[in-house]
Design a protein around this ligand. Structure first.
Ligand code: S3P
Length: 185
């Protein structure tokens, strides 16, 4: 059984879809990379950004992925991994993700992203900006959308679909990629 990763912009639903997917694929362990890093360091993501900036955070994302896949911290157990919105902007992380997981890009329109980020704001250092939220999302998406599209093995358009529906679409598409032991879904 292969591990699965979810990539996409902040607010695209990676964590929520990952949890739904974990219910459909109980042999997989769910990991949210941001939570994993916070537990690893005993610090919150905003604290990590405050103390070391984006560069330090990107290095931690790579360390975390290495622990999971290269040092085998999960003892080879397949996982469903919700990545941070910027994880695959780093070449080393992209390589680990492509090699060790079937990677799905949850692609959302700017409207959906802005709606979700306004409705569930969270504390996201990358969105702290002089610019209004929409302009900041547009700016970051302009530099990231190609990276998401070229890193993913498969693209799932999420606009208008709720999280369980997106999870189901991913689960059903898995047999195209591999035998993931899916039953009755
Ligand atoms: C980031 C996204 C966040 C988190 C960090 C940086 C980004 O994760 O990893 O604040 O650069 O897009 P979510 O996508 O889960 O919000």
């Amino acid at each position: 059984m292969d591990s699965i990763s979810l990539i996409g912009f902040m607010g695209s639903g990676k964590s929520s879809v990952g949890k739904e997917l974990a219910r459909l694929l109980p042999d997989h362990m769910f990991i949210d990379l941001d939570d994993y890093i916070e537990d690893m360091l005993g610090k919150t993501i905003p604290e990590i950004f405050e103390q070391g900036g984006e560069e330090a955070f990107r290095a931690l994302e790579k360390d975390a992925l290495e622990s999971i896949f290269i040092k085998g911290e999960m003892s080879g157990k397949p996982c469903i991994l919700s990545l941070g919105g910027g994880t695959v902007t780093t070449e080393a992380c992209r390589r680990i993700v492509r090699r060790n997981t079937i990677c799905f890009y949850l692609r959302a329109s700017i409207d959906t992203l802005v709606y979700n980020l306004e409705t569930w704001p969270g504390d996201r250092p990358m969105l702290q900006s002089e610019k209004d939220l929409r302009s900041r999302v547009e700016e970051l998406m302009a530099s990231r959308s190609e990276v998401y599209e070229t890193t993913a093995h498969s693209i799932i358009d999420v606009d208008g679909n709720d999280y369980p529906a997106v999870a189901l679409e991913i689960a059903r598409s898995l047999d195209k990629h591999t035998d993931n032991g899916l039953k009755d879904i």
